[in-house]
Design a binder for this molecule. Structure first.
Ligand SMILES: C[S@@+](CC[C@H](N)C(=O)[O-])C[C@H]1O[C@@H](n2cnc3c(N)ncnc32)[C@H](O)[C@@H]1O
Length: 274
């Protein structure tokens, strides 16, 4: 079938154009930028039918192609990793805004998944040491593949650890964390495509709040004296996370995403602007 015929067949899945063209680029083994001009190109029928079958079975495009763009770079992903979301770019932007002129930053990306946040920041700001921490060895292996792909393997530590039982001697200037934050009782309402992602990357105990509580309780252990935590949060979690921060005498501010939802919480131990 032609690429155009493929586009017609996938219409019913309501995929964003970016994902449709990524599938076409993947099947034709061409650059994403060329896919839009490839409508007359022939795609191998068996390959196209197999992908249509996967879409019918709610397989996310990123798992079919094994990649997803995040902050302008293409990350390797697979079924062991959460697929990086565009909303998470807000957290990255907030860090860059504040630290673009800083030097020798030591940063930990907690719940690092594919490494999307930490490895992007490694490109964008002056990080001298990066820790990527995840409980899942397979996920950590993908983040290592991404670091190798971007040729930034130096000064990175890949740490397989449970943040809920974590102790460290090392303190950081910046902690970034996009933890699992969906409440257990909300899981059943997720789209089938989202349920193909690892359960432990999505769902957290305590109404989705357990990671924020734990990490805030360890603020002094994780952060240097001027250290700052950047959390991604779910749309209704800001009041609870701000309250937890206050309980530890920490100051928190909230940043909204482009849809107007609360998305990032920034926590520090003084009122001083950052
Ligand atoms: C929401 S995903 C975030 C992935 C990535 N940072 C991103 O933004 O695309 C959460 C990640 O937390 C990891 N995780 C879950 N429980 C954890 C724990 N107790 N300690 C450390 N990491 C954990 C999962 O394996 C998953 O990779």
């Amino acid at each position: 079938m032609t690429a155009n015929q493929f586009i017609k067949r996938v219409e019913k899945y309501n995929l964003p154009f970016s994902q449709i063209y990524d599938l076409i680029a993947f099947m034709l083994n061409i650059d994403y930028s060329e896919a839009k001009y490839a409508s007359d190109k022939e795609i191998d029928d068996d390959r196209a039918e197999h992908i249509l079958y996967q879409l019918e079975n709610k397989e996310p495009c990123a798992y079919i192609t094994g990649r997803r763009e995040f902050y302008g770079r293409e990350f390797i992903v697979n079924r062991n990793t959460l697929i990086p979301r565009v909303e998470t770019e807000i957290l990255v932007e907030e860090v860059i805004k504040r630290y673009k002129n800083a030097e020798k930053i030591e940063l930990i990306d907690i719940c690092s998944g594919s490494g999307a946040i930490g490895l992007t920041l490694m490109h964008e700001i002056n990080i001298s040491f990066l820790t990527l921490l995840d409980i899942d060895e397979k996920s950590l292996a993908v983040s290592k593949q991404n670091a190798e792909k971007f040729n930034i393997i130096k000064n990175i530590e890949f740490l397989c650890s449970d943040i809920l039982n974590y102790t460290t001697e090392k303190k950081y200037d910046i902690v970034v964390c996009n933890p699992p934050y969906i409440a257990e009782n909300e899981y059943c309402f997720l789209q089938e495509e989202v349920k193909k992602e690892p359960y432990h990357a999505l769902v957290a105990e305590d109404n989705g709040l357990v990671f924020y509580k734990k990490i805030l309780s360890n603020f002094e252990i994780l952060c240097k004296s001027n250290g700052v935590i950047f959390f991604e949060i779910g749309a209704y979690q800001a009041p609870s996370v701000i309250d937890y921060a206050a309980a530890y005498n920490l100051y928190a501010e909230c940043v909204k995403d482009y849809s107007g939802n609360d998305r990032v919480i920034i926590v520090k131990n003084s009122k001083r602007g950052i």
